[in-house]
Ligand binder design. Structure first.
Ligand code: PMP
Ligand code: GLN
Length: 387
């Protein structure tokens, strides 16, 4: 590839899933559910294919999905969006984030990013010729904490974007009201746009509520909110995402999207539109079910000797293997299939080599709990051999 991308190899998810396949290990690495989403959703997609929704959909997305996204943002967050101008359907959240960064950053513009960061962020910032300014989320006994001093220090007059992610992959952190307010205040002070990746919006636990950045005072006019059907409806392979926000910003993203993929997911879009209108019980059931599996994994990892903080959201738990005598998470992840027949992902793969976050996260391993009880039981049983 071009020099801007040369430091990016194959993604850690592909590497670890291949390792799991090769070794027959239980794959708690790549985050994808092992059960498909609601039957009505699957039936609706089949019906859409059978009834001729197989040609290019409209460039912004099918009207039913634009309406459904706007209605979802109103129903859950009280946000008021015009579906005709303030919503855009994308090829997953990945394209929404990429098109957002490419649409809004000139070469040399700075993008403030939480680190560890989802792996597509640094790559797309590099592709835009922009400069990443990282703010470490540092691990502690009760989970990860945002370094507020580093947050302020990351902003400058060159800041164009804040690329936020809450609930946060890979740490499972749900940013608290204080952190969100601090980000919002700095975005206003430095006149930055916030692109916020909220794909895990419905995967929050213990009675917490997800707070979109766009709901904070003064933020709706400078925030692009990104989400995806992949996580909420357990259909990660469909790649139906969306972005919403102020019409001029959404229009800018649309300009990029139309030349990246033009349109996507014709027959899946009406199906996702119907699913977004599922009753509250679907959403609360999803979180409750995942919370139970979170607890199963966290307890199993602790019984196996790992130190684990309970994640507040997402479907990932971060385990510290130092009590078991392992200091290097990358090395442990390479050896784990052979040692225990399990695959995880090193948290340092989400960090810039040599950064403060990379150092703090060096020992840590991310395991996913979006798997069946049987798979989770099998994994934690296998991990007992490490003691
Ligand atoms: N953002 C985050 C934080 C993610 O964890 C993921 C998926 N694992 C994505 C984006 C990608 O979403 P999609 O598949 O909809 O592109
Ligand atoms: N988002 C999922 C994860 O973090 C997988 C994404 C991918 O494979 N690119 O594991």
């Amino acid at each position: 590839p071009v020099s801007r991308l040369r430091r990016f190899g194959p993604t850690v998810f592909a590497e670890m899933s291949a390792l799991a396949q090769r070794t027959g290990a239980v794959n708690l690495g790549q985050g994808f559910p092992d059960a498909d989403g609601p039957a009505t959703l699957l039936d609706d997609a089949v019906a859409a294919i059978r009834s001729g929704h197989n040609q290019y959909p409209p460039g912004v997305g099918v009207p039913a999905l634009l309406d459904a996204v706007a209605e979802h943002q109103r129903r859950f967050y009280g946000l008021d969006l015009d579906p005709g101008s303030q919503v855009l359907v994308t090829a997953g959240a990945t394209e929404a984030v990429a098109a957002g960064v490419l649409a809004l950053c000139e070469a040399g513009d700075e993008v403030v990013v939480l680190e560890p960061a989802y792996d597509s962020y640094p790559a797309v910032i590099a592709l835009a010729g922009a400069v990443q300014r990282s703010v470490p989320l540092l691990p502690g006994p009760d989970g990860f904490a945002l370094d507020r001093q580093a947050l302020r220090a990351a902003f400058s007059e060159r800041t164009r974007l804040v690329l936020l992610n809450t609930p946060h992959n890979p740490t499972g952190t749900v940013l608290g009201a204080d952190d969100l307010a601090a980000v919002a205040a700095l975005a206003v002070e430095f006149d930055a746009v916030v692109v916020t990746d909220e794909v895990y919006e419905h995967l929050v636990f213990d009675g917490r509520a997800h707070t979109p950045v766009a709901t904070l005072p003064g933020m709706a006019e400078r925030t692009l909110t990104v989400s995806s059907a992949g996580k909420t409806f357990s259909v990660t392979g469909w790649k139906v995402g969306w972005v919403s926000g102020p019409a001029p910003l959404v229009a800018a993203v649309r300009t990029v999207k139309q030349f990246l993929t033009y349109v996507n997911a014709g027959p899946f879009q009406p199906a996702v539109a119907s699913a977004l209108a599922l009753p509250d019980e679907f959403y609360t059931g999803l979180a409750a079910d995942l919370q139970r599996r979170r607890d199963l994994l966290v307890e199993g990892l602790r019984a196996a000797g790992f130190a684990v903080a309970v994640p507040a959201g997402t479907y990932f738990a971060v385990a510290d293997p130092r009590p078991l005598g392992f200091a290097d998470g990358t090395d442990l992840c390479r050896r784990l299939p052979e040692l225990a027949g399990v695959v995880g992902v090193p948290v340092s793969a989400f960090c810039d080599p040599g950064s403060a976050a990379a150092q703090a996260c060096a020992p840590l391993v991310r395991f996913t709990f979006c798997k069946s009880d049987a798979v989770l039981h099998s994994a934690v049983e296998r991990l007992q051999v490490l003691q």
